[in-house]
Design a protein around this ligand. Structure first.
Ligand code: KG4
Ligand code: ZN
Length: 381
């Protein structure tokens, strides 16, 4: 079965084609257009602007995904259309939903509405061909598993969804069977990265920048809190950590206390103006923040993995691209749960893409009449 997936929940216009292969899907085409550079100029995503960019990009992206002189004929080869219907920005979501509905109506194909967060989880079931990928399947017993492309997640499994708006831990006993064990009470892990980066003057998405600056820093320099590490549930909270980062930054960079904040941000981002010692402080702040976020995510997930005796742990969402997070999971699983297999998507499939939406639709094939599908910005699990 061949599925076309459309994802337009935020600032990315993404369309992909995957082919279902029983226990995984094979990536055929993956096209993405992003309005990120535009939002960097304004310091954050303006929903109205993101929606306008979606309208601009959607047809060229579709055309590129089909990439053939006879687009209409290629569309006929597709068995179903999958589309993100929430959560996300309403204007952006509508562009994808209405495009998918039009295609489904004109081509008389089934249409499957997909929850964006579920889509992130299913990025772990996408297998690229050897030519496309670098090997996205990670297993601590690599000597026992010579071919990383042959691995697929097995149930029961734990899925950690860490993105810009969500930090959720789910237990899955089968496809489509989601039990939410815990979520964030305030900010998501990605938001903590993004807001902290913004404080230093870096635009969205801040996670990759913090991670890059952290490479030169000492992760033990600042004793940032590990929120809710000792709690008896699987909830998360990152707003306190964000405040701790703000306070520590203000302490070392008084400009943030004394002047207009915007000027403060610009002062810090102008790294060339900083002394060597001040630069090191920025690196240390980033390394300490990153370690605090990663420690909480790893420890709480592993505690749940032990309690529910899962066979696989799946990382997903933009933050799962974080190298320290991947490494710490690998290391800790090796030590404490050697039978458990760890999965995280290929880097380009950690962040928003159309392939994950098509993959989720393949394993949860629940078509709906196109007339009944509406965008739902507040959708949850
Ligand atoms: O899944 P995603 O692309 O969009 C949402 O659904 O939110 O996730 C975006 C989030 C942002 O918060 C971004 O800062 C974070 O993922 N992110 C990272 C990294 N790459 C992306 N966070 C930490 N380290 C990274 N390498
Ligand atoms: Zn996402």
């Amino acid at each position: 079965m061949t599925i076309l997936g459309i994802e337009t929940s935020c600032d990315e216009t993404a369309i992909a084609i995957v082919e279902g292969k029983t226990d995984h899907v094979e990536l055929k085409t993956n096209v993405l257009a992003t309005s990120l550079a535009l939002h960097a100029k304004t310091g954050g995503i303006i929903p109205e602007q993101a929606a306008r960019e979606q309208i601009k990009y959607i047809l060229p992206t579709l055309k590129k995904a089909l990439d053939t002189p006879d687009t209409f004929d290629t569309l006929k080869q597709i068995d179903a259309i999958a589309v993100t219907y929430g959560p996300g920005l309403i204007g952006s979501l509508l562009v994808g939903v209405e495009t998918a509905k039009t295609l489904a109506f004109v081509l008389n194909k089934p249409i499957i509405p997909v929850n964006h967060m579920v889509g992130h989880i299913y990025a772990n079931f996408i297998r690229e061909t050897r030519e496309q990928g670098t090997g996205n399947r990670k297993n601590q017993n690599t000597s026992l598993v010579p071919d990383p492309y042959s691995l697929v997640p097995t149930f029961p499994l734990l899925a950690l969804v860490v993105s810009g708006g969500h930090t959720d831990l789910l237990l899955m006993k089968n496809h489509g069977d989601f039990k939410l064990l815990g979520g964030t009470r305030d900010d998501a892990a990605g938001e903590c990265f993004d807001k902290s980066a913004r404080l230093l003057g870096y635009p969205y998405p801040g996670g990759p920048k913090i991670s890059q600056l952290a490479e030169k820093g000492n992760p033990k320099a600042f004793a940032f809190p590990r929120p809710m590490l000792g709690s008896h549930d699987y909830g998360f909270s990152f707003s306190g950590l964000k405040t701790a980062f703000l306070n520590a930054t203000r302490e070392h960079f008084p400009i943030l206390r004394t002047s207009d904040k915007t000027i403060g941000w610009q002062q810090i981002i102008l790294e060339n103006k900083l002394s060597t010692k001040e630069k090191q402080t920025v690196y240390d702040l980033c390394a300490s923040l990153q370690l605090a976020i990663v420690t909480v995510l790893v420890r709480k997930t592993l505690k749940a993995a032990q309690e529910y005796k899962v066979k696989s742990i799946l990382l997903s969402g933009g933050v799962s691209a974080n190298q320290l997070l991947q490494e710490q999971f690998e290391e800790n699983i090796k030590q404490t749960l050697p039978e458990t297999q760890l999965f995280f998507p290929e880097k380009s499939l950690c962040t928003d893409n159309g392939a994950m939406i098509a993959s989720a639709a393949y394993f949860n094939f629940n078509p709906m009449p196109w007339k009944d599908i509406t965008a739902d910005p507040e959708l949850y699990f």
